[in-house]
Design a protein around this ligand. Structure first.
Ligand SMILES: Cc1ncc(COP(=O)(O)O)c(C=O)c1O
Length: 358
């Protein structure tokens, strides 16, 4: 499929942020966007790049009523030698297609995903920030665009790619978060759509997240939806516990998003000779281990922050400090290594980095 390009009139270019370090996540967008339509009878068609702007959508578009929509999140990094890099993008395209299957949406050929992104970034590469830590956030999205009221999979979809520069997550160094264990509200259940990056999961997380914020905590620690006992995720990140000298993370059993950072941490830690175990871990075990002092570190993992150390956990109105509440040794080491690989500053023994053809 040939991509048509309608470049922005240079006089209408969007103002670039003056100070990269002050960028608020998800507020500034690049000059162009990629769009493509799908109809059941014709498959994907009309791939095009146009100036960034509003979408035209019928108010009966099914995504607006039944939430049939999925997305991804990845970043482009500017390397000191002039290359532009992505981190394990094939994993994002594959997860996108798994999410699509989960909510009865059409898949997109992964090779075409690369082609579309490279065409878009070829036009907007000046938007990829320069300073280490900052990057260009990429948001591939698919929505049900068919105008129809009635619950069934739509027969028309819109796919779009938008991008925007984001600042380093830790402009002033690591800042351990405090987390509130939600034993009343749940994010996802086994057999549901928790393992898909579908919009409904994020709507379902808002109420508990607001509650946690009102109580003075940064993030919610999600427990399983049945027993409210097994730890699943933290905020919109996967979670890791360092019990003595073993790294433990909950297994992917359907209600947890298969994070790409999670997988990278597991591979990297094993490469360093650390024992990593994917097993169910209960909130009681977490609390007991923190109390006994055997819990050396707790941290979340995700594309936005890479590693997010947890300093304190609140469960049933009691607060538990993880060690001294500071940044753990492994969290720091994993963060430094992954960031160095992402920016092409260190050897990439796993072949994770993809050099953009732009
Ligand atoms: C619910 C949820 N869990 C985990 C993650 C971490 O996934 P990744 O490491 O691929 O960014 C994300 C972010 O994408 C998420 O939204």
């Amino acid at each position: 499929m040939e991509i048509t390009i309608q470049p922005l009139d240079p006089a209408k270019r969007r103002p670039k942020p003056a100070d990269e370090s002050k960028l608020v996540f998800g507020k500034v967008f690049s000059d162009h966007m990629f769009l493509m339509d799908y109809r059941v009878s014709e498959s994907w068609k009309n791939p095009r790049i146009v100036p960034y702007g509003n979408l035209e959508l019928d108010p009966a578009a099914m995504v607006l009523h039944y939430g049939q929509g999925i997305f991804e999140g990845l970043k482009a990094y500017r390397c000191h030698d002039g290359r532009f890099l992505l981190f394990r993008p094939q994993k994002n395209w594959e997860r996108f297609n798994r999410s699509a299957q989960k909510v009865c949406m059409p898949e997109i050929d992964t090779a075409f995903q690369f082609k579309a992104l490279e065409a878009l970034l070829g036009l907007d590469k000046e938007w990829i920030p320069h300073s280490i830590g900052s990057s260009l956030y990429i948001r591939p999205t698919m929505i049900a665009s068919e105008p129809h009221l009635g619950v069934r999979p739509a027969s028309e979809y819109l796919y779009f790619l938008i991008t925007g520069p984001v600042a380093a997550y830790y402009a002033e160094g690591f800042n351990p978060v405090t987390i509130y264990v939600s034993d009343e509200h749940v994010r996802a259940v086994k057999g549901g759509v928790g393992e898909a990056k579908t919009m409904a999961n994020y709507a379902a997380s808002l109420y508990a997240a607001e509650l946690a914020k009102k109580k003075g905590f940064t993030q919610v620690l999600w427990l399983d939806g049945v027993e409210r006992r097994w730890v699943e995720e933290v905020g919109t990140m996967n979670i890791f516990f360092r019990l003595k000298d073993e790294l433990v993370t909950p297994p992917l059993t359907g209600s947890i998003l298969a994070g790409i950072t999670r997988d990278s941490v597991i591979q990297l830690a094993r490469h360093w000779g650390i024992t990593v175990t994917e097993r169910p871990i209960s909130i009681d075990e977490v609390v007991d281990t923190v109390r006994s002092g055997d819990m050396k570190e707790v941290f979340g993992t995700g594309t936005a922050a890479v590693i997010s150390p947890v300093g304190e956990i609140s469960y049933k109105e009691k607060r538990y400090r993880v060690r001294d509440g500071g940044v753990g040794e492994w969290a720091q080491k994993l963060y430094d290594e992954i960031v160095a690989i992402q920016y092409g500053e260190k050897e990439d023994p796993f072949g994770w980095v993809y050099t953009l053809n732009i």
